[in-house]
Design a protein around this ligand. Structure first.
Ligand code: G
Ligand code: MN
Length: 247
């Protein structure tokens, strides 16, 4: 008996949490952070970042974890893509939107729908894919990436240099853009090994005609070290914090 009542209690908590998660989805909004070209002296695009107004799930990481727990990642992804489309009107000529995909989004058929909200904007969108799980565990990942390219999307490999971002993903995704994780950027001006890694990435990306973005640049010292290594595209608090769009 005790076991049964314990089970009921767990079920109640589960359904309460599910209801709460759905309510939290209503409070999801987007902020945008510019990606700037030093050479051109202007933003080449903006990364869309999800934020949550819900008091109990204010941290976007917590919101995604809860969505994962309840199998709601794809619903959240659709909400985010809807918001991003609404902001696109404010884009000036030539600037692009960088939109993060969760690996589960790759299994969402609506992502590949030519009349889905974001598909209409695809030529101006770079989809950022990170490797928290293994990208290769997704069935037909090559075909899925090709379908996205056929819609006009470009692909970025996000967070390279973070523990979970595997270099092999470069070969799987053949990205148009690579984003260096901020852990590689932090204090790069005083870390010879980080400088060598970034220098090698600059060369590799130049060779492969991949655009390279240095993420999470916070100080002038970091920026100057990155410029000396040949980087041109930057994102980070040194330039601008994520904020409402347009500004
Ligand atoms: O995983 P991804 O690289 O998409 O995450 C970007 C996150 O990093 C966002 O939540 C954004 O707010 C944050 N961010 C952006 N620029 C900086 C920065 O310069 N420093 C730090 N610490 N965080 C940043
Ligand atoms: Mn990102």
């Amino acid at each position: 008996m005790e076991i049964a009542s314990h089970h009921d209690e767990e079920e109640a908590t589960r359904s309460e949490r599910m209801v709460h998660l759905e309510r939290a989805f209503g409070g999801v909004y987007m902020v945008y952070q510019p990606i700037v070209s030093w050479r051109l002296h202007q933003p080449i695009g903006y990364e869309a970042l999800a934020r949550s107004a819900d008091p109990r799930l204010r941290n976007p990481g917590d919101l995604f974890s809860e969505a994962e727990r309840f199998g709601q990642v794809q619903s959240l992804g659709r909400i985010i893509r809807g918001h991003v489309l609404a902001a696109a009107d404010a884009l000036t000529d030539g600037t692009r939107l960088f939109v993060n995909l969760h690996v589960d989004d790759l299994e969402d058929a609506t992502l590949y729908d030519a009349v889905a909200p974001l598909s209409l904007l695809a030529p101006r969108v770079v989809l950022e894919i990170t490797e928290r799980g293994s990208i290769e565990s997704i069935p037909d990942v090559d075909k899925k990436i090709s379908s996205l390219r056929a819609l006009g999307y470009r692909i970025a490999l996000d967070d390279i240099g973070a523990g979970y971002a595997n270099l092999n993903t470069l070969a799987v995704l053949e990205p148009d853009v690579v984003k260096l994780d901020m852990s590689l950027i932090r204090n790069i001006h005083e870390r010879g090994t980080k400088q060598r890694v970034v220098s090698a990435m600059v060369e590799l990306c130049r060779d492969m005609k991949i655009e390279l973005v240095a993420e999470g640049v916070e100080t002038r010292d970091e920026l100057e070290a990155l410029l000396a290594l040949g980087c041109d595209l930057f994102q980070g608090y040194f330039f601008a914090r994520p904020g409402p769009f347009p500004r």
